[in-house]
Design a protein around this ligand. Structure first.
Ligand SMILES: *Cc1c(COP(=O)(O)O)cnc(C)c1O
Length: 225
């Protein structure tokens, strides 16, 4: 992406929206080039890649995890990240709790909700999400801060469909906030919007955009091997 375009992107972001640069598959050099624009939040989807990149990149980068997380990788991941966007099942929460307790750290988690029509996207259904909160199961996780919800819209040209999925997620977010976190300032993030749909996501109330290709250009899978 050109300097001008990144400048434009940063200028058009409302103040309440945080930009997270999705650096998966991109080299340390490319990440440094983006870092030079003042961007300090980066996200990876594989624990091993995050480990390698974090080691050599500036220490003031805030790392986020956005990939499907295997329970046997949690222990390795926790010391590396500030926020996990992709908590998509209960057994994962149990492992995150167990490992963060050992480290005596609190980890910020977003629950990933399945809003797209594709079968392949991970996440809680609305029903599962509501039963998790209604049962007050979430209160037993002393080492996890529930900070919000994450979702991915259907990969489609149909903007009305994308908008309705984001709107649905925003509605769930508001419902959970009002019912279960009325006094808490922690539950405040709505992570939605990727390169192809971030303008719609902003309009529908996103607070965190996860942008890869619009910042870095097309993904570089060869470099990732
Ligand atoms: C790869 C990825 C992104 C970024 O996708 P782009 O379309 O390149 O912006 C965002 N969120 C998740 C969960 C991803 O895996």
């Amino acid at each position: 992406m050109s300097i001008l375009m990144i400048d434009k992107l940063l200028k058009e972001l409302p103040n309440h929206v945080k930009l997270i640069a999705v650096s998966k598959t991109h080299s340390v050099e490319s990440i440094l080039a983006i870092y030079e624009f003042g961007i300090r939040c980066f996200a990876e989807s594989k624990v091993q890649d995050l480990l390698v990149k974090k080691l050599v990149l500036p220490k003031d980068i805030e790392w986020h995890f956005i990939g499907h997380l295997q329970t046997n990788k949690v222990k390795q991941l926790l010391p590396l990240v500030s926020v996990i966007h992709s908590v998509d099942r209960l057994d994962l929460l149990d492992v995150i709790e167990k490992e963060s307790k050992k480290l005596n750290i609190k980890v910020q988690c977003l629950l990933q909700v399945h809003i797209a029509q594709e079968e392949s996207k991970f996440g809680f259904s609305y029903k599962e999400l509501m039963s998790f909160f209604t049962s007050r199961l979430f209160e037993k996780y002393a080492f996890i801060d529930f900070v919000g919800l994450m979702g991915m819209a259907t990969f489609t040209e149909d903007e009305d469909l994308i908008r309705s999925e984001f709107r649905q997620l925003k509605k769930m977010f508001e419902e959970i906030k009002i019912l279960f976190f009325p006094e808490s300032a922690l539950f405040k993030e709505l992570s939605m919007g990727m390169s192809d749909d971030y303008l719609i996501a902003i309009e529908e109330g996103s607070t965190m955009l996860r942008l890869g290709s619009v910042i870095f250009g097309e993904r570089n899978y060869i470099n990732n091997k």
